[in-house]
Design a protein around this ligand. Structure first.
Ligand SMILES: NC(=O)c1ccc[n+]([C@@H]2O[C@H](COP(=O)([O-])OP(=O)(O)OC[C@H]3O[C@@H](n4cnc5c(N)ncnc54)[C@H](OP(=O)(O)O)[C@@H]3O)[C@@H](O)[C@H]2O)c1
Length: 295
């Protein structure tokens, strides 16, 4: 069997098209332009690139983006003051603080200053708490797992009753992913660095989500024939054929897994584009809520 590729770029493009239509409607009918504030502290090249791609997506979809580049040595008090000002600004519907912050800053306190209704990253303990409970609706769900869920749904695979293995238990990806699948009535196993017999657990899974940050860790021989494999990992490896001298690969050994799986995401071009699309969706939702159009 050769797995069908799940084209994250195409699924994201469809979603962005719908978001753009909603943004146009919101502007023309209600005079509201969704606005996303991006707080970037310091000069980390990866963080700068992520923020730039989020701002670019806002521009493409007709949303406002408010960039707040701040010096790496900003004090906790000053950063808090800036985030609090964004919290009060009615033109700003979503606030994103790019992580990681420099070590002298307390990320939890800073993130705590983002009101739940502007928490478009879905990282606030209140949103996470609601996601982890039965019959409670978070206002926002973290963008990467939400994007993964969309990709799984795009395959037409029945999630209800499926066995799903999530590799990784981070607050940003693994845990929310597991809850999203659980709420869709899958049976979940969450694996982490201390899990025993990992290959055997993965072999039982109809759906595998790998989010561990380990280059080509999951082998094709671990994959159940026909399974859906979602590779969240972003790992750099040297590649002399590239101008940059490197390229990105996932947490799954793509070639061996593709030979066994039913569906598989590529890296790049799988989960990455969905993460940004879901951030745009969350920002639109925040603006629609602020305008009283949805709950
Ligand atoms: N495509 C995207 O948009 C996107 C977005 C976010 C993240 N990512 C990528 O996804 C990956 C994971 O990100 P993250 O933020 O969730 O990482 P993280 O916070 O470092 O968490 C990694 C998780 O993997 C587990 N783990 C590590 N080694 C393992 C092993 N050998 N076997 C089983 N589990 C193991 C860890 O277990 P313990 O808890 O026991 O330490 C931890 O739960 C990274 O490559 C990151 O770059 C991609």
């Amino acid at each position: 069997m050769t797995a069908t590729l799940i084209d994250g770029k195409a699924v994201a493009a469809d979603l962005k098209q719908k978001i753009q239509e909603n943004v146009t409607y919101l502007k023309s009918e209600y005079g509201v332009t969704p606005g996303l504030a991006t707080v970037l502290v310091g000069e980390r090249p990866d963080s700068k690139a992520y923020v730039a791609s989020k701002q670019k997506a806002c521009a493409e979809l007709g949303m406002n983006s408010y960039g707040l580049p701040l010096p790496a040595d900003i004090s906790q008090h000053e950063l808090l003051t800036q985030v609090q000002a964004l919290a009060r600004d009615s033109n700003v519907h979503g606030i994103l603080v790019q992580l990681p912050l420099p070590e002298h800053l307390d990320a939890e306190t800073i993130l705590g200053a983002i009101p739940i209704e502007k928490d478009v990253d879905g990282f606030s303990p209140l949103n996470v708490g609601r996601l982890s409970m039965k019959n409670r609706e978070p206002l926002f769900v973290p963008c990467t797992p939400l994007g993964c869920l969309r990709l799984i749904e795009s395959t037409g695979t029945q999630i209800e009753g499926a066995r799903a293995v999530v590799l990784g238990r981070s607050n940003i990806v693994g845990l929310p992913m597991a809850f999203l699948l659980l709420h869709r009535n899958a049976t979940i196993t969450i694996c982490h660095s201390r899990t025993r017999d990992l290959p055997d657990l993965v072999r039982q899974a109809d759906i595998v989500v790998a989010a561990i940050g380990k280059t080509r860790f999951v082998q094709g021989s671990w994959i159940k024939p026909g399974a859906v494999v979602i590779d969240v990992g972003i790992n750099e490896i040297p590649d002399a054929t590239k101008k940059s001298g490197k390229r990105l690969v996932g947490d799954v050994d793509f070639d061996s897994a593709q030979a066994v799986a039913g569906f598989i995401t590529p890296v790049p071009g799988g989960v990455g584009p969905m993460t940004i699309a879901m951030l745009m969706q969350n920002t639109l939702t925040a603006a629609q809520r602020a305008a009283g159009l949805i709950k």
